[in-house]
Design a protein around this ligand. Structure first.
Ligand code: HEC
Ligand code: HEC
Length: 328
């Protein structure tokens, strides 16, 4: 017998998964998860706005000190985060919260760790002006961009009917660019009917994710991003420096309320949690059991769930995210 068939035999004997188990898991997932698909027409339809939005995304002139771009923190090659930059910010004492991914935002309902923004336009405006992101103001920004010859034609092409270099057009083109960032993954193709996309271990992990009720919070197309919950619902979260939504509303009922994190590309986006206090997926699952649910999850179950979460890792569209030349 070849090594490969021994491997498959072992898989069968370990998990005993058959096509009915797969069909059952698909039935559980399907009502809650709209699958992410490649969208080749998106770029064609929005080419001029995407070109402008991408140039702005990579341009350091959008930050107060002209030293960082959106891509410095939300590195598109690193699934929209940047663990190294975050670590440096932690050391400098300038880190506010861990940098969240910015892929698959087109179906997101709440933005930021504390869920304080409800739509992507408002979010992008905040990202441009927030002290912990670009720290820019509207007037300086438009002044700067107007002086760049190369932007004139990009703005005119993208917005022929609307007043050229304007704040609204900056925000809109960034939103259009961000909305095109999608990462179709094995779990999407599984939900859409392809049994071969998940390993048997991942199927068992998916069943556990269901039976342990992770779906009650991590639901929707991004396995999260749809609701607010108390961080430390059962046992107080150890790090209480950041009080989440309370930070925005000052309402004591909002202490430690955070957005349920989306879990797409989780494998690619360490560290984890708003405070970056986990660097391994298995550790996040253990902590979820303890602080969020008050249950002990065995290491063997944790590893199966971790394996399931890895099926949320999607493919990057290299053409779409290719670094542009910055207008001069
Ligand atoms: C210095 C690092 C940094 C830079 C630069 C930066 N961001 Fe962010 N971004 C963050 C952090 C940290 C958060 C989370 C803030 C929070 O939870 O309150 C965030 C949140 C976001 C979100 C919400 C994502 C989600 O999952 O809810 C979007 C969208 C976003 N930023 C877009 C941008 C854009 C567009 C730019 C450039 C105009 C930008 N950011 C520049 C660090 C940065
Ligand atoms: C009561 C709601 C709730 C339940 C149930 C729940 N979670 Fe969470 N989960 C959250 C919240 C809220 C966060 C965001 C925490 C933060 O702000 O750092 C989170 C964060 C996570 C993260 C880290 C994401 C990141 O990018 O940092 C992972 C992984 C995760 N949960 C997995 C699970 C798993 C696996 C289960 C089931 C064992 C589960 N969760 C059950 C509410 C929940």
């Amino acid at each position: 017998m070849s090594r490969i068939s021994v491997f498959f035999l072992l898989c069968f004997s370990v998990y005993g998964i058959d096509s009915e188990d797969k069909a059952r898991l698909r039935k559980v997932l399907k009502p809650f998860f709209t699958t992410v698909k490649e969208n080749p027409d998106y770029l064609k339809k929005n080419a001029a706005k995407v070109e402008l939005g991408k140039a702005l995304f990579f341009d350091t002139r959008l930050s107060k000190n002209s030293d960082i771009s959106c891509n410095s923190c939300h590195d598109l090659q690193q699934y929209g985060t940047n663990g190294v930059h975050y670590k440096k910010m932690l050391e400098d004492g300038t880190a506010f919260r861990d940098v969240p991914s910015i892929y698959n935002l087109n179906s997101m309902e709440l933005f930021n760790w504390d869920g304080s923004q409800k739509d992507l336009y408002a979010q992008v405006k905040q990202s441009l002006t927030h002290e912990s992101e670009m720290a820019m103001d509207e007037i300086t920004l438009i002044d700067r961009l107007k002086k760049v010859e190369g932007y004139k034609s990009l703005f005119e092409k993208a917005y022929p009917d609307k007043a050229g270099v304007s704040y609204e057009n900056v925000v809109d083109s960034l939103v259009v660019f961000l909305n095109g960032l999608v990462t179709p993954s094995p779990v999407d193709r599984f939900i859409d009917g392809d049994d071969s996309q998940l390993t048997d271990e991942q199927i068992v992990g998916g069943q556990l994710f269901d039976s342990k009720n992770c779906y009650t919070c991590h639901t929707g197309s991004n396995f999260g991003g749809q609701m607010m919950q108390k961080m430390g619902a059962i046992e107080p979260w150890p790090n209480r420096k950041d009080q989440g939504y309370f930070h925005v509303t000052k309402n004591p009922a909002h202490k430690m309320i955070f957005r349920v994190s989306p879990l797409r590309n989780i494998e690619k986006t360490p560290p984890y949690f708003h405070d970056g206090t986990s660097t391994r997926i298995w550790d996040t699952i253990k902590k979820m059991g303890r602080y969020e649910m008050g249950i002990y999850i065995s290491i063997s179950d944790i590893l199966k769930m971790q394996s399931f979460l890895k099926s949320f890792s999607g493919e990057l569209d290299q053409e779409y995210i290719k670094e542009p030349s910055i207008p001069e």
